[in-house]
Design a protein around this ligand. Sequence first.
Ligand code: NAP
Length: 285
Amino acid sequence: MEYVTLNNGSKMPILGFGVYQIPDQAECERCVLDAISVGYRSIDTAQAYRNEEAVGRAIQKSGIPREEFFVTTKVWISNAGYEKAKASIDESLRKLQLDELDLLLIHQPFSDYYGTYRAMEEAYRAGKLKAIGVSNFYPDRYIDLVQFTDVVPAVNQVETHVFHQQGQAQEIMKKYNTQIESWGPFAEGRNDFFSNATLKAIGEPYNKSIAQVALRFLIQRGVVVIPKTVNRNRMEENFNVFDFELTAEDMAKIVALDTGKTAFFAHNDPQTVEFLTGYGKKGLE
Ligand code: NAP
């Protein structure tokens, strides 16, 4: 495994396993156990995924020492604000059966995320969180947060894949010393991702799949990746990306695939904000 060093000295695996859209507890536990057996040690969950308990159980059942894992979760919109966020951190730790999280992110840049961040800074100083950061913070909100908080976010997890490469956002994060992490490294299959002719042709001489080329591209750009799959063979495929290197020419061909636009929805589009805040208001129960 390769690691990145976060701005506080913590080491984070550059490749992890995401568990979004695996709400069934038994299925999620099985997936995380499979992923662990393949070799994944970094697991990305969130309060809103409703599967923190399953992740916690799988980690326990694996029998692998806690210190080998890097566990991330995220505070949902309905837990925004100092008091609610503070309680939700303890609740996430309880569900995950952990004394300390490796990384806690603010899931969405909405509601009282300043209050949330204060609760996170406090828990960070108290030793409950090894690192803290944000997700879906576009450069405007990200810079604003950095300017008015004490602890610089260690990570910003944003949609990043070959069709939306986030070069400019990554440069801005680099300036303030925040690690970029990709969500949706395969764009969840959108834009015919898994039949892309350019990625396919690039992978052929290396005997590598479209998924492997896409992950390798991000890793070579210093982006942390957390692909999701429920399929053990694909877990292996997605893990097996450290035995080849894309050339500068390969990289340039992939850079040309960038549309500079989201394949999902933009977090600064009023319709998206209305949808996410409306959904967030309802809470998780
Ligand atoms: P993704 O990893 O881009 O794509 C997952 C999809 O690709 C699934 O449909 C999966 O199908 C398929 N797949 C995986 N590996 C494959 C392979 N080798 N060949 C063919 N198909 C493959 O999407 P994602 O789950 O949205 O993103 C990854 C993680 O990022 C999430 O799990 C979550 O932890 C995080 N995330 C965070 C946010 C946020 O707001 N912070 C948003 C989205 C995601 P099967 O499962 O059927 O194999």
